[in-house]
Design a binder for this molecule. Sequence first.
Ligand code: SF4
Length: 141
Amino acid sequence: MIAVSKCLCGYNCKYNGENNLRDYLKKLEDNNEVLLICPEVFGGLPIPRIPFELKNGRAINKDGVDVTDKVIDGCNKALKLIKENNITKVILKENSPTCGVNYIYDGTFTHTKIKGCGLLTKMLKDENIKVYSDEEFYEEK
Ligand code: SF4
């Protein structure tokens, strides 16, 4: 079993109430091979929600509100589930401030991407759990 960002399997948990469906991941979910995780929702953030980006490691939303504690709480819940299910491979949504693997937005809300990773990704890497972005995993297959 692998863990996958829930929005990648077509669930409308994105900040704007939409999803990032990747058909090849949805097929895995249909075969019961996937643990779905959405750390932002696990942390109690609503759908839809005000988007946030990372600034100096903090999650700051477009209104200037710091939502780091909620996101970290959700990341901890996701990590706990991943460990409980002995999952060693996780596929996460690129560019997200929570799930991004290689790129995130720069904190200015101008759609500017920079190299970096989201808060959950960092946590998983610190635990030596393999993390791939949806784009990398697709290329691998
Ligand atoms: S937190 Fe991750 S799983 Fe949830 S909507 Fe954002 S990218 Fe998708």
